[in-house]
Design a protein around this ligand. Structure first.
Ligand SMILES: [Mg+2]
Length: 399
């Protein structure tokens, strides 16, 4: 690739214009990245250990593999994990919207024209996982064509992230045992506790059991998935004020507007907005309305492009962020760490990057590995992902 001209030693400070060669190279990049086809492939992989939480449970990863093919023979890849009980997307709806609406809107456009592509995709409301997977597949294609990793393209801050593990619903001692196993096997020392069942007979007891089991050796925070009322949230947080929690996430619905503002105001720890803050507009509404103090960023629902907008919005406002998990498989998790490790602001907190450990299998030829509590980022080019085609053939459900 020809380097663009800038200031040189021979002509310090002199403005340089593009040569014909530079222009040809740029045309080649854009041309090679012209989108010629999009595939949306449904696959289903059972969970070895299903995850249960206040708004649902996941027993099988019914995800969609999205592949963007370009004129230069590059294939950008990402994964769309639908969450029917949260956003209404399903495996079938993702395939329908990609094949029936989005493909026609972007075929013939260069992957470099990301703003134009987003403007077209966002004519359609909703469908966050479908849009996010297309966005991340485009970045993968761009990185591959340029011969650099996506994490470098995005920001290039670090080489990995500390991992936070999500503890789904179970009896208190079973959740302590799960956390112990994660500490001993993977070195993980940050845990997100799913609450939102029975605040005063079960949820508080679970949190207390975990704190007592690990003293100050672990970081703990809670996620209610809208399972408590604002009054219960306020009372439960008061009862847990001595547990040294990091955050409290989405304890009650955003539509409980005034109750949620009151609970956020009285909470002893910052309140994270997750499923209530899935667009830059919703982030503004939750933060300026006083209904949240911090934001969960999930690449599975905002891709890289919109996640970066939300990240910079939060950074500019002095608001903390956490890299969340949409119960991603390994491809989605690789995307999360690609984004999280790329930026300083997302690297401050442990990212939720371990749900794939509970799946019975996955599609990557080289599996992700967590060691010493850290998930390293793939070094590229692009996202650095190779799909095991035999496994894809085994788990895809469309042929
Ligand atoms: Mg959440």
């Amino acid at each position: 690739m020809t380097a663009l001209h800038g200031t040189t030693a021979e002509s310090p400070g002199a403005a340089q214009s593009l040569t014909d060669g530079d222009r040809d190279e740029r045309r080649d990049v854009a041309g090679d990245l012209e989108i010629i086809a999009i595939e949306a492939i449904p696959f289903s992989i059972p969970y070895a250990k299903p995850l249960a939480f206040a708004s649902g449970a996941v027993h099988v990863a019914d995800h969609v593999l999205v592949r963007v093919h370009t004129a230069g023979g590059i294939v950008g890849t990402a994964e769309a994990p639908p969450r029917p009980f949260t956003y209404g997307e399903t495996q079938g709806s993702i395939i329908a919207v990609v094949d029936g609406i989005f493909a026609d809107q972007i075929i013939g456009t260069s992957a470099l024209a990301r703003e134009a592509i987003h403007a077209r995709l966002h004519r359609t409301v909703g469908n966050p996982a479908a849009k996010a997977a297309i966005d991340m597949a485009l970045w993968d294609a761009i990185g591959q064509r340029l011969g650099v990793s996506v994490t470098e393209l995005l920001g290039g801050y670090g080489t990995g992230m500390r991992v936070s593990h999500m503890l789904g619903f179970d009896e208190p001692q079973a959740m302590v045992a799960e956390a112990t196993r994660m500490r001993e096997t993977y070195g993980i020392s940050t845990f997100k506790i799913k609450v939102g069942r029975a605040p005063f007979t079960l949820d508080v007891a679970v949190c207390r059991a975990l704190r007592e089991a690990f003293s100050d050796e672990v970081e703990l925070y809670v996620d209610g998935n809208r399972g408590w009322s604002p009054a219960d949230a306020e009372r439960a947080m008061r009862q847990m004020a001595d547990l040294d929690l990091l955050f409290a996430e989405e304890l009650c619905p955003a539509d409980d507007v005034l109750g949620r503002r009151r609970h956020t105001r009285t909470s002893p720890v910052p309140v994270i907005a997750d499923e209530s803050a899935t667009t830059p507009g919703e982030v503004t509404r939750e933060l300026l309305g006083g209904s949240a103090d911090a934001i969960s960023i999930k690449t599975a629902r905002t891709g890289f492009t919109t996640s970066q907008r939300i990240l910079h919005q939060c950074e500019g406002m002095g608001v903390e962020v956490v890299m969340g998990n949409q119960i991603d498989g390994q491809i989605g998790t690789a995307c999360s760490v690609t984004f999280g490790a790329a930026h300083e602001h997302t690297s401050r907190r442990a990212g939720e990057l371990s749900n794939f450990l509970d799946m019975s299998d996955d599609l990557l030829a080289e599996p992700l590995t967590i060691s010493g509590g850290v998930l390293p980022v793939r070094t590229g080019p692009g996202l650095g992902l190779v799909i095991d085609e035999d496994k894809l053939a085994h788990y895809r459900i469309d042929i």
